[in-house]
Design a protein around this ligand. Structure first.
Ligand code: NAP
Length: 234
């Protein structure tokens, strides 16, 4: 049975991905600041390489080599560029981009040993559209898309695929918090009217795309950016 690690697996999109992969028959461990109470991995900050290495060692110990990685841990931010501190910029880059670096590097040896692996990076539709007051977040998520394309070329010969899923407008605690703070330019209801499929996205929509991309039958798909956004970005 294959083992998958899902970062950010304690909430929202990451939680839905972890649940879906479990349902599909994988052994799944969540790496999160507040992980679900499975006892598989300790609380982990993806920005901290020592914590990531320790968590992966715990997961390997119980579940064996990790050949599937979904990077869903993320944090947003909302600040006019002229008021953005370098510390705030760095934190958003650290979680959303450097966290991906650490988790990929820490799991890759298992995939290379197996000659098989799947990496899916959850980026953001804002990397396609841009988003005012979120320059740090958009920069980080755009970099994740770029990393995905470059790494796919490097790892293709080793049986490892690397793809990105940029979600748009998914009903999670992150989106609800942004709505409460008036950071999404109106209400979710108002945005639904502008969304071609006329609904807000569900975490399960992202989980379905991930379930496909980590499957055996997606082996010829790599370096791709698969938007899941109800048609808001094409
Ligand atoms: P969420 O409900 O806030 O979930 C994010 C999870 O990541 C939380 O469990 C959070 O833990 C965890 N996390 C944050 N920083 C971390 C760190 N340094 N180390 C480990 N875990 C950390 O948000 P979501 O909406 O599901 O977002 C999931 C991913 O989708 C993110 O990468 C986000 O940028 C991306 N995304 C979401 C949307 C959307 O519409 N919702 C759109 C585009 C992209 P805490 O709760 O303890 O902080």
């Amino acid at each position: 049975m294959r083992t998958a690690v899902v970062t950010g697996g304690g909430s929202g999109i990451g939680l839905a991905i972890a649940e879906r992969l479990s349902k599909d028959g994988y052994q799944v461990a969540a790496l999160d600041l507040n992980p679900p109470d499975t006892g598989l991995a300790p609380a982990t900050d993806v920005c901290d390489r020592a914590q990531v290495d320790a968590a992966l060692a715990a997961v390997r110990d119980r579940l064996g080599p990790v050949t599937i990685l979904v990077n869903a841990a993320g944090t947003d931010g909302f600040r006019r560029f002229t008021d953005l501190t370098f510390a705030a910029w760095q934190r958003v880059i650290d979680v959303n981009l450097n966290g991906v670096f650490h988790c990929v590097q820490a799991t890759l040896p298992d995939m290379l040993d197996a000659g098989w692996g799947r990496i899916v990076n959850i980026s953001s539709s804002s990397a396609q559209s841009g988003q005012p007051f979120m320059t740090h977040y958009v920069a980080a998520k755009s970099a994740v898309n770029g990393l995905t394309k470059a790494l796919a070329l490097e790892l293709g010969p080793h049986g490892v695929t690397v793809n990105a899923v940029p979600p748009g407008f998914i009903d999670t605690p992150m989106l609800r918090r942004a709505e409460e703070r008036d950071q999404i330019g109106g209400t979710i209801e108002k945005h639904i009217q502008r969304t071609p499929v006329r609904r807000v996205g569900r975490p399960e929509d992202i989980a379905a795309a991930c379930a496909f991309l980590v499957s055996e039958e997606a082996g010829y798909i790599t370096g791709q950016i698969l938007g899941v956004n109800g048609g808001r970005n094409t």
